[in-house]
Structure formats: structure tokens, C-alpha cells
Design a protein around this ligand. Structure first.
Ligand SMILES: [Zn+2]
Length: 365
């Protein structure tokens, strides 16, 4: 997880959105630089120019715009609501709904409360309105709330989740897919594996795994070739096409009586392979998680520490051990079914004559 994303997820999870409430009041968050002793609502602080001195606060300012993408405001006092920029009337900001009026506004960054004067809406424009602009203004005025209450806290709900409650999944989904629901991504987050493995799957899905090829593109000085077979190292190579990976998938094919082995992530996700191994889709992702995590860890150990497994079967055993460790995360009924799958893999491994199999033999399979 990038530091920025991690930060915003932590902040919004812990500070702003309580899972117990579908709607929340924005609570006071203090600038940890110590600036200001009055209780200041989070969004006031976030929208302030005062960046403070701490790394936390400076980093938060860098990602605060992400919050705007999913927040819908209900103006009570209007102090935390950007009149033109925030979503609080309808489903888009007013600057999108009324672009001409926004352009003519004297204070395009004004808060809603700044336009509420003496019990009425009063917006300063840079020139007099034309007839059509006047009609737009009247239309806008009709959509505005009939009153604001001084010192009343504004409310905010999270638009990127059906429940209106902030969730890391909805933010990740929006950041990675711009709000388009990708069914496979959805399956990743539903897979019953530890969070770091879900993120590993997300990296695979989005081609973000730090393989040698990916690092090379970012200016890394090392080789972009696989430390085991010398071919270009990318996600599909490490997890499907390298000799070690092919050995693992051949083992899965044999153990589960399949016909083919996957050659890419897209291949594995395909329905054809789900039918191939006659497993429910949630199990295939669970199975993949254990084996892929074992392959990735082993590959890194070879590339970074130059420690090679003496037998390729060790990687399969490692993958099986991960699945056994994560099995309690499954529903009770699924745990038994998964045990059968794991037992079939173990049985195949036990009968493979491990004493004569070594990494150098794998190319022959
Ligand atoms: Zn390789």
C-alpha cells in the first residue's frame, strides 16, 4: 500500500467514519502541530492553508482531495461546505451544475456559510447578471436550503458505498477503477485470506507487483531477468510461466484431475479453469492465494537472498501450509470442503517421489 493511500485510509477509518453510524457528524480533529486550541472540525482543518509542521499533517494535506471524491455533505451551518466545490446540492458540485455562475463568482472558494447573510442567500458576482444568468441564479437559489444555523456542524456521508458508510474497499475500488465495479476485484476483497494477501491479489490484478521488470521501469539498476530461468520477469512469469510455477500448476492439475494449467492471471480467472478444477470460485481464489504467495515469497528469496529451494516440492508444501493456516478464516462448512482440496494436493505431493525432484528437473515437466 502506498504511504499516501495508507494514510488516508487510516485517517478516514479511524477519525471520520464510525462504522456504527450511517451518518456522522464531523468530529474535531486537532492539528498535531499544536496550532490552535479551539475545537476545529476536521474539514475546516483539512481545508485550511495551515499545513502544520508534522509529517502526518503535511501528508494528509497531500491526499485530502481524495476525500472530496466520495463525500456528500448536508449543510447545517455551512462552515465546512465549499459552496461551489463540494457535493451538497444534487450529485455533482454546483460549479459543474452552474458553470457560468461559478466563473463569475467573486469568491469561488467560498464556504456555504459565507453566502448566507441575514437570513438569505447572497452571492457576490463580478458583474451584473444577464437575463439568462439571472434565470440560472433563480434556479440555483430554489435548490438551496431555506436556512442555515450558525455554529451547527455539517454532516457528511460516504457516496462510494451503498451503506453510505466509509469503507476501505470502496475507496480502493474507486482509486483503482475510478468507480467502475469490476467483478473480479470484488472477488479479491471477498476472499477469506489475511488483508496483506488481499492486497497482494490486488497488486496482481492491477499489475502493481514489484517484479524485476516493473522495478526496471522505475529506474532500478538490477536485471529485469528471472533469477531462475533467465527469462523476462513479470507477474505472469513469476506466478505462471517460470519453471517453478509450472511445476506447481502441473501438481494442481494432477491432484485435482484437471486437463490444462493456467499460463496467466487472466487465464486463472477465466470460468473455463474454474470448471477445469471443479471448484467454487471462492475456493479457486483461496487456492491461488496460497500457491501464489508461496511462489512470490520463494522467488523473492532467490532473487534477493540468493537462497534456492533444494526441491521444487518445497514451494508446494509452503503453499499448502499457507492454506492450512488461513483455513479458519473460511466459513465452517467451507473449511471442510477446503480441507479435501488441500488433502488431495498433499496426497499428490507425497506420491511424487520428492527425493528425486529438484529445481533443475522442473524444465523437463
Ligand atoms: Zn523464471
Amino acid at each position: 500500500m502506498s504511504p499516501r493511500l495508507s494514510l488516508i485510509v487510516s485517517f478516514f477509518s479511524l477519525s471520520c467514519f464510525s462504522p456504527k453510524h450511517s451518518k456522522m457528524r464531523v468530529e474535531a480533529v486537532r492539528d498535531d502541530s499544536g496550532a490552535g486550541t479551539d475545537a476545529s472540525p476536521a474539514l475546516v482543518s483539512l481545508s485550511s492553508k495551515n499545513r502544520g509542521t508534522s509529517q502526518f499533517w503535511r501528508s494528509l494535506h497531500k491526499v485530502k482531495h481524495l476525500f472530496k471524491w466520495g463525500a456528500i455533505y448536508k449543510a447545517k451551518g455551512g462552515r465546512n461546505v465549499g459552496f461551489w466545490d463540494d457535493v451538497w446540492i444534487g450529485t455533482t458540485p454546483l460549479r459543474i451544475q452552474f458553470p457560468h455562475l461559478h466563473k463569475m463568482s467573486s469568491f469561488p472558494l467560498a464556504r456555504a456559510s459565507e453566502y448566507w447573510k441575514d437570513g438569505d442567500w447572497s452571492i457576490d458576482f463580478r458583474r451584473s447578471l444577464t437575463i439568462s444568468e439571472r434565470a440560472s441564479w433563480e434556479e440555483l437559489e430554489k435548490s438551496l436550503p431555506t436556512s442555515l444555523v450558525d455554529d451547527e456542524c455539517d454532516e457528511v456521508v460516504w457516496a462510494l458505498d451503498r451503506t453510505k458508510v466509509f469503507s476501505t474497499k470502496s475507496l480502493y475500488s474507486f482509486l483503482s477503477n475510478r468507480g467502475v465495479c469490476v467483478k473480479e476485484s470484488d472477488n479479491i476483497w471477498k476472499t477469506k485470506v489475511p488483508l496483506k494477501i488481499k492486497f497482494f491479489l490486488w497488486q496482481i490484478e492491477n499489475d502493481r507487483l514489484p517484479t524485476a521488470s516493473a522495478l526496471k521501469k522505475r529506474g532500478w539498476q538490477g536485471s529485469h531477468l528471472c533469477c531462475l530461468c533467465g527469462r523476462k520477469e513479470d507477474v505472469n512469469h513469476v506466478l505462471f510461466r517460470c519453471s517453478m510455477a509450472r511445476f506447481i500448476w502441473c501438481g494442481v492439475r494432477e491432484a485435482l484431475a484437471g486437463k490444462n494449467i493456467p499460463t496467466s492471471w487472466e487465464d486463472w480467472r477465466g470460468l473455463q479453469l474454474v470448471n477445469e478444477f471443479k471448484l467454487p470460485k471462492c475456493f479457486t481464489m483461496f487456492l491461488f492465494s496460497g500457491l501464489a504467495w508461496a511462489l512470490w515469497k520463494t522467488h523473492n528469496k532467490m532473487a534477493i537472498e540468493h537462497i534456492y529451494p533444494t526441491q521444487a516440492m518445497q514451494v508446494l508444501h509452503l503453499g499448502v501450509s499457507f492454506m492450512q493456516k488461513w483455513r479458519p478464516l473460511l466459513k465452517a462448512s467451507d473449511q471442510e470442503k477446503m480441507k479435501e482440496v488441500v488433502d488431495r494436493l498433499k496426497h499428490w505431493a507425497m506420491n511424487f517421489c520428492p527425493s528425486v525432484a529438484c529445481v533443475s528437473d522442473i524444465e523437463e515437466i
